[in-house]
Design a protein around this ligand. Structure first.
Ligand SMILES: *Cc1c(COP(=O)(O)O)cnc(C)c1O
Length: 469
């Protein structure tokens, strides 16, 4: 399988190439040159497969030429055999129409583990082949950092420097990063905000002293391999709910548009998806883009769903490219104008292509809390606030008939409620406990260095400690 950039001028790469590259050299994002397609019979043949076998079946076309089927299957068994639930992503029924797809049974209790656990192993496999090493530098406001650290801890050819804003991530999130004791993991608590930490990371990628010394890598959701791994649970859940004979709809708590774009990919591959609901919090650039075609960035307002507090959604470019007719030169021009003005209108082709499958809805904090209360009172389920945003959107669009009553509607449960205990307790009056498998999180020793807020101190620490793993 070959991959092309959304901005048309970077070289096409194979799967190994896009996994190690992350962003394309023209600033675009990689997408498959064409969508692989499964027939209804192919999908019927997937019934009854365990998650690791299904994962290998669904991902095989994307990795063709870079991994053999046996290599892929072995990786999937290694990665998904370690999850905290035998089904990996179990479905839970809420009522006649509504279901939850629990994506939080990985080591850091959020859906990002499903893809990052695989990405860590892919890095190791491809780096060994090339006899190279990779230094990952990232900034996190919470979920991504911990999932990335857990994904690479102990790997031989990868090391990771993760910056978090000192005192500004939750205790659970910080401890999920700082209690991982592995020689290739470096936690840096930076004075300042998340944006300051993020600015340091961006600068390191253009700093000659750094990029001529280290082979730098990134793990954010622009990496194609992450999206690919997320396609699998759409297949797993739809098969259980009757696909390919029956269509299924999904509501997806959305930030960077990675998780819901994986649903679009599943539909392109032949999975009968009735509708994809893009659920946003009050930082609703995507809701505005999909409902009235206005994609314009505002400021970010902090909410009880921090992983969805975004200004722009990087993966949205992939949809605009594909739905708009795959014109890389036009896309490059559109994104250049957006970067200058922070606003753009979708073209007619983009708006029509998107509305064929996507609907959007937003939830404010009161609506989110009400969704948590409904899940608790009517189905005995304690859910996290991100999941609450998705459930609010699902219930609203089922009530107004956008999703017909006979169609199962699955809300993606993106985090375990114990990751956000304060907001959950305020909504439903009880404090969710951490699952037993991470239960000693508060007993383990933490390890991190504190760094002053300036860029030079951060860079010097990374250069001084890289390669000592
Ligand atoms: C990252 C995250 C999201 C948003 O997912 P995207 O792929 O960025 O749209 C939603 N919920 C939780 C809990 C997350 O960690």
């Amino acid at each position: 399988m070959q991959y092309v950039s959304t901005r048309g001028s970077a070289p096409a790469l194979d799967f190994e190439g896009v996994t190690l590259a992350g962003l394309a050299s023209d600033g675009g994002l990689y997408v498959p040159a064409e969508w692989p397609r499964f027939s209804a019979d192919d999908i019927r043949d997937m019934r009854g497969l365990g998650y690791p076998d299904l994962a290998a079946r669904v991902m095989a076309p994307f990795v063709a030429g870079s991994l053999t089927e046996d290599e892929l299957l072995a990786l999937c068994h290694k990665v998904y055999g370690d999850f905290g639930h035998a089904a990996v992503t179990p479905l839970v029924q809420l009522d006649q129409q509504h279901w939850l797809l629990e994506l939080f049974h990985g080591p850091t209790l959020a859906f990002k583990d499903v893809a990052l656990q695989l990405l860590g192993r892919l890095f190791e496999t491809f780096l060994a082949r090339r006899d190279e090493r990779l230094t990952i530098v990232g900034a996190t406001s919470g979920d991504t950092g911990s999932a990335a650290i857990q994904a690479v801890a102990g790997l031989e050819r990868v090391e990771i420097f993760m910056l978090h804003p000192k005192g500004r991530v939750s205790d659970v999130q910080r401890r999920q990063m700082t209690t991982v004791r592995a020689p290739n993991v470096h936690n840096l608590a930076i004075e300042g905000s998340f944006d300051d930490a993020q600015a340091h990371v961006k600068r390191m990628f253009t700093d000659g002293d750094v990029i001529h010394t280290l082979n730098l890598g990134a793990v954010n959701s622009i990496n194609w391999a992450r999206l690919m791994a997320q396609v699998v649970y759409y297949f797993a859940s739809a098969l259980q709910l009757g696909a390919p004979e029956r269509t299924v709809a999904y509501s997806v708590p959305t930030g960077n548009f990675g998780d819901v774009f994986a649903g679009y990919v599943a539909a392109k591959m032949g999975l009968p998806i009735e509708r994809l609901i893009v659920a946003t919090n009050i930082n609703d650039i995507l809701h505005r883009a999909l409902s009235v075609g206005d994609y314009s960035a505002g400021g970010v307002t902090p909410t009880i769903t921090p992983s969805m507090d975004i200004q722009v959604s990087s993966n949205f470019e992939r949809l605009l490219f594909d739905a708009g007719g795959r014109d890389g030169a036009a896309m490059a021009e559109q994104m250049r104008a957006f970067e200058a003005s922070k606003a753009m209108q979708l073209t007619n082709a983009q708006a029509e292509g998107a509305s064929a499958l996507f609907t959007s809805a937003r939830a404010d904090q009161v609506e989110t809390a009400r969704a948590l209360q409904w899940a608790w009172r009517h189905a005995g389920q304690v859910i996290d606030p991100h999941t609450g945003v998705g459930l609010h959107a699902a219930r609203a669009l089922a009530a107004d008939g956008t999703v017909p009553a006979g169609v199962p509607l699955v809300t993606l449960a993106t985090a375990h409620p114990a990751k956000f205990p304060d907001a959950v307790e305020r909504a439903v009056g009880m404090r969710p406990a951490l699952p037993a498998r991470v239960g000693d999180l508060f007993g383990r020793e933490e390890s991190f260095v504190e760094i002053a807020g300036d860029y030079a101190a951060t860079r010097d620490y990374v250069l001084g400690n890289a390669g000592n793993a």
